[in-house]
Design a protein around this ligand. Structure first.
Ligand SMILES: C[S@@+](CC[C@H](N)C(=O)[O-])C[C@H]1O[C@@H](n2cnc3c(N)ncnc32)[C@H](O)[C@@H]1O
Length: 497
């Protein structure tokens, strides 16, 4: 692996990025958080190289291949390319993304002939991966034939119903749902290659939002006021003398056929272009499951770099935002399990400590589990944040007590992830985490420096904290009560010595 030119140098011009206060109006002790910012101030660097567009999925929206399935929580291929080159990763090396999402890291690796391993909990990401990663294997003439078939054929009627979850009921206009199910059934019956079947399923999944009365919007699935569920709710509200909820209006929705043809056209265009110039052969694999239980099963000392972005500690519930896609894949009751297995980023997450103990005991590594937990529990900033949130709760300022355990568990679980990454990385390997700082009840949680201090206590050498020039705002609730505070959005880089 090439030596990273930028990383080992300490920069001293960026101390202004360090914060002086973390507790609004000085209500709670914040000395440990201040100490972390002071400790790592020399690692901060504000750079335009990684702008907000690159760090979000925005830049992927028009990217060849990456745009086949929209993933709002993703980062961009351009960011991964930059990080790969900055980390000195080359063809033949192996990188890992334990929170693979739409697999931007794995796909970018594939294009560069780099081996890659990913872990992802949610099944819709796996379907997206299967569809996209086969880009060099599709038979173009079969794809073109299928596209023409869709254009010229009306799929036969079916009585199949969309496998709704309670939270997705009435998400589609009645005619759209019937049309959707006709395509699903018809595609299943077509005598075509396995790869083409997977691609068609991925295409259907990729248009669900577009043809529905819903829109993914950060933490929520927003609903169009024409949806049956919205109308029923509003009728009840009016009956009780309340104002109806406005809801969004998505305008004229495309038909399933229109949406499918458009996505398929894009896929065929990309496959045609990419197949003319395939990259070097390399291996990528996406493992199913919870990274907390999958990473411990991997061999030690095999990874040359990690590029990842975990769910942020912002209460976003992926199982709700992606409910349509998960319902389509038939998760039904499994959705509760998936939610509980998310890295603790929602107020509903319960402690996974027992499960972690069980996993490590069964692998004969109970000591590792205890040591990791002890390292996290010794972290002064985490203890301070837990105490501050308890105090804010006592003052009646926390509107959902689930935030307290969410924050604590989020960092405990991250500590396990960091400890495992340390173990699976080779000496000299670098680990990149993209994450956002957050604020609850006026208490700023410096996710970047706290993660860095946990990683350091587990053996990593902190190398860099890149801070995005346009920092994040706050939720309107936090703004109203505690004023506006810029929160860092950062890329932290650590190295295994
Ligand atoms: C911020 S997104 C990553 C997006 C990715 N960088 C991309 O470009 O698409 C975080 C991902 O972590 C997944 N995730 C959450 N908890 C997980 C867990 N315990 N194990 C594995 N994956 C998890 C989520 O489903 C989500 O896809």
């Amino acid at each position: 692996m090439q030596q990273l030119s930028l990383l080992p140098q300490l920069t001293d011009n960026y101390e202004h990025l360090a914060r002086r206060t973390f507790s609004h109006s000085g209500v709670c002790e914040d000395g440990a958080r201040q100490a972390l910012d002071a400790r790592y101030a020399g690692l901060f660097e504000e750079t335009d190289k990684f702008n907000r567009r690159l760090v979000s999925f925005q830049a992927n929206k028009t990217e060849t291949l990456h745009s086949w399935v929209k993933y709002r929580e993703g980062f961009s291929a351009a960011l991964v390319e930059l990080l790969i080159s900055e980390l000195g990763i080359r063809a033949g090396d192996t990188i890992l993304d334990p929170f693979a999402g739409s697999c931007t890291t794995l796909l970018t690796a594939k294009m560069l002939g780099i081996h890659a391993l990913g872990v992802e909990l949610l099944p819709h990401c796996h379907l997206a991966w299967r569809g996209k990663s086969a880009v060099f294997d599709y038979d173009l003439s079969e794809l073109r034939m299928l596209r023409d078939l869709i254009e010229t054929t009306d799929p036969p009627p079916t009585r199949d119903a969309f496998p709704h979850l309670a939270i997705t009921e009435t998400a589609f206009p009645i005619e759209a749902e019937a049309e959707l199910m006709r395509y699903v059934r018809w595609f299943e019956m077509l005598e075509i290659s396995e790869l083409a079947h997977t691609l068609l399923k991925m295409l259907i999944m990729s248009i669900l939002e577009e043809i529905s009365y819903t829109r993914k919007d950060g933490q929520y699935l927003r609903w169009d006021r024409r949806a049956g569920k919205m109308q029923a709710n509003n009728a009840k509200r009016i009956e009780h003398g309340k104002k109806p909820v406005r809801g969004i209006h998505k305008g004229k929705l495309p038909t399933v056929k229109q949406a499918l043809l458009e996505s398929f056209g894009k896929v065929i265009y990309d496959v045609t272009r990419l197949q003319t110039d395939p990259p070097l052969e390399s291996r990528q694999e996406l493992l199913f499951g919870n990274a907390l239980y999958v990473l411990p099963t991997l061999d030690s000392d095999q990874i040359d770099g990690v590029i990842t972005s975990p769910p942020y500690a912002n209460r976003y519930d992926y199982t709700r935002t992606y409910a349509l896609e998960l319902a389509f894949l038939g998760v039904e009751d499994g959705i509760f399990d998936l939610r509980q297995n998310l890295l603790s980023c929602t107020v509903e997450n319960r402690s996974k400590e027992e499960m972690l103990y069980g996993t490590y005991r069964s692998l004969g590594r109970a000591d590792f589990c205890e040591e990791t937990l002890a390292a996290a529990r010794r972290n002064a900033a985490l203890s301070e944040i837990n105490a501050a949130l308890r105090e804010r709760d006592r003052l009646g300022e926390i509107n959902n007590r689930g935030v307290l355990s969410m924050i604590d568990q989020y960092f405990i679980e991250l500590a396990f992830i960091f400890a495992e990454l340390y173990r699976v990385c080779r000496h000299g390997a670098k680990v990149v985490f993209v994450n956002d700082n957050v604020r609850y009840a006026g208490e700023i949680i410096p996710v970047d420096t706290l993660s860095t201090s946990l990683a350091e206590s587990l053996g990593f050498i902190p190398r860099k904290i890149y801070v995005l020039p346009q920092r994040k705002g706050n939720s309107s609730q936090q703004m109203g009560r505690y004023g506006r505070e810029e929160l860092r959005k950062s890329i932290t880089i650590w190295q295994k010595p």
